[in-house]
Design a protein around this ligand. Structure first.
Ligand code: HEC
Length: 184
């Protein structure tokens, strides 16, 4: 009887041991979204052969926020056009149009990537043509200019990828360009 209990206890502890051995491995199968795996980032970088645009972390974050807002602007342009709301088209296009403030930000963003700023400014000037066509209540021209604007989006995306760098690298790559003092 005692022997049976010992065997049972042994079997139970073996079972528990195997369970507790398995449980720490479980998170590895489904990592938390925030779990950083440095090697994976390097692998992605090697696969993505676009030209690196060096940015400080704060700038990279701001750029992505801006970009998502660009897409919202396009969404609003299309929605307004669908209901012949030309004032709405003009307002939405204005959000991606040229301004001195925008130009200054593009200058900072492109400080480490020769050619980026020019492409960004050309994009904002192109977006102004969407607003101009809307002012003229010219539906066909709004669509044409929006198409050309979207081409500017995709052409830039085809060339550049963010490269997040530290302050020392930023200084070296931009010869000390001030990092976004005029950003909003
Ligand atoms: C002058 C260059 C340039 C132009 C023009 C441009 N983008 Fe981007 N966009 C970028 C860069 C650089 C990234 C980051 C790409 C990367 O690292 O993969 C980006 C990323 C994005 C992202 C992903 C954001 C995220 O959260 O990851 C969206 C969405 C986007 N752009 C939308 C647009 C739209 C819509 C337009 C045009 C209306 C546009 N962009 C025009 C350079 C540009």
């Amino acid at each position: 009887m005692t022997r049976h209990l010992v065997v049972l206890a042994g079997a139970l502890s073996a079972l528990l041991a195997s369970c507790s051995k398995r449980s720490p491995a479980a998170p590895a199968a489904s990592p938390a979204p925030s779990a950083a795996t440095p090697g994976a980032g390097a692998s992605l970088d090697a696969l993505d052969t676009r030209t690196p645009l060096p940015l400080l972390p704060m700038m990279a974050q701001h750029q992505k926020q801006n970009m998502r807002d660009h897409l919202v602007a396009v969404q609003e342009i299309v929605a307004a056009l669908a209901s012949d709301d030309f004032a709405g088209v003009e307002r939405a296009a204005g959000r991606i149009g040229f301004s001195e403030e925008e130009a200054q930000m593009c200058g900072h963003m492109g400080a480490g990537g020769p050619g980026f700023t020019e492409q960004a400014l050309a994009f904002h000037h192109q977006a102004d043509k969407v607003a101009a066509a809307a002012r003229d209540k010219d539906r066909a021209r709004v669509v044409t200019e929006l198409g050309t604007t979207l081409k500017a989006c995709t052409a830039c995306h085809a060339i550049w990828k963010q490269q997040v760098v530290d302050a020392a690298t930023w200084q070296r790559l931009t010869a000390g360009a001030p990092p976004m003092q005029h950003m909003h």
